[in-house]
Every structure is written in structure tokens, then in C-alpha cells.
Ligand binder design. Structure first.
Ligand SMILES: Cc1cc2nc3c(=O)[nH]c(=O)nc-3n(C[C@H](O)[C@H](O)[C@H](O)COP(=O)(O)O)c2cc1C
Length: 165
């Protein structure tokens, strides 16, 4: 078997409130034969109505770091770390902030993606800043409404995977 660095020791760490980011994370995991860590806040927003934008948006704007449900993550197992987040109020979602505050990522290959509805703002730049400068940056991609554009998302991701390998 040919040894390929991105094909091994990769983990996709993501948060998803409504399934879009999970959808992308699962696709990437399958394509890259990667492990997956789904972050879950201890207290999730309990509405999918309009109020979610108020509660979630406020958390994002306030740069909240909500407590996460207990998770297992052995950083030493991984050479490549891919972070995935929905865009909330033009930035990354609060659970990603929590995770990256609790775990210092250094000396890794990093890539990231975000899912949004057309207003990604500076989310990718913000994730890059949060990750710090001590990693090898492989690339980033944003996907608009993946669950309503599945085939388009797959094509986009297949192309992206080629660039980060
Ligand atoms: C609290 C909140 C804030 C959001 N803010 C934005 C935004 O600023 N720009 C945007 O394009 N989409 C925004 N969205 C839409 C989500 O980014 C989009 O639906 C994404 O695909 C959801 O991913 P998920 O299904 O993994 O949770 C927001 C959604 C929520 C719940």
C-alpha cells in the first residue's frame, strides 16, 4: 500500500447544529479515511425557529466559549487536523472557539471549512487566526447550503481534497 500522509492520521473536528457541517465532515472522513470528532455543547440551543439566530448569533458575537460535552481527543495521534464549522454571525460557531481554546494545535497540518447561507464574512480568516501560526496551512473551503446542493458540494470537495493532499 502506498503511504499517503493526508490519507492517514487525519481527524475532522466539527460542530454542526442542523446537519450541514456534519454532512460535509462525513463526506471528507470517508474520502480521506479520517477520524471524526463531533463537538457538542453541554447546553444546545433548544429552538430551530427564528430565535436560534438571536441566541446563537449573540454567542458568536460575544465570542462565547460554551462548555462542551466530554470528548476524547489525543492530539498526538494526528498529523493533519481539519476543522469544520457553520458560519454564525459571519464567524465560526462558539463550540469551535471552545475547542480551540482548550486544545493548542501546534506543529500540525491544518485545513478548515465552513458551511453558510451565502454570508460567510471572514469566517475562514477567523479560524486561521484562532489556530495560530505554528501549523502548516493546507487550505480552506466554504460550502453554501450543502444539504440543498449535495452534488455541487461533492464536486467542490473532491476538487478541494486534491489541493490539500
Ligand atoms: C445562529 C446562527 C447564525 C447564522 N449566521 C449566518 C451568517 O452570518 N451567514 C450565513 O451565511 N449563514 C448563517 N447561518 C446559517 C448557517 O451558517 C448555515 O445554515 C449552515 O449551513 C448551518 O450548518 P449546520 O447545519 O452544520 O448547523 C446562521 C445560522 C445560525 C443558527
Amino acid at each position: 500500500m502506498v503511504y499517503n500522509t493526508i490519507m492517514s492520521k487525519t481527524i475532522i473536528i466539527y460542530y454542526s447544529f442542523e446537519g450541514n457541517t456534519k454532512f460535509i465532515a462525513d463526506y471528507l472522513a470517508q474520502k480521506l479515511d479520517a477520524d471524526v470528532l463531533a463537538l457538542k455543547p453541554a447546553k444546545e440551543i433548544n429552538t430551530h425557529g427564528f430565535m436560534k439566530y438571536i441566541w446563537g448569533g449573540r454567542q458568536a458575537v460575544m465570542k462565547s466559549k460554551p462548555t462542551l460535552k466530554k470528548y476524547k481527543f489525543d492530539i498526538n495521534k494526528y498529523e493533519t487536523i481539519i476543522i469544520g464549522s457553520p458560519v454564525w454571525a459571519y464567524t465560526y460557531s462558539p463550540p469551535i472557539h471552545s475547542f480551540l481554546s482548550e486544545n493548542v494545535i501546534e506543529g500540525k497540518k491544518v485545513a478548515f471549512f465552513c458551511c453558510h447561507e451565502g454570508g460567510k464574512g471572514k469566517t475562514l480568516e477567523a479560524i486561521e487566526k484562532l489556530l495560530g501560526e505554528d501549523n502548516e496551512y493546507l487550505g480552506a473551503v466554504d460550502i453554501k447550503a450543502p444539504l440543498t446542493n449535495e452534488e455541487f458540494s461533492f464536486t467542490l470537495l473532491d476538487e478541494w481534497i486534491e489541493t490539500i493532499k
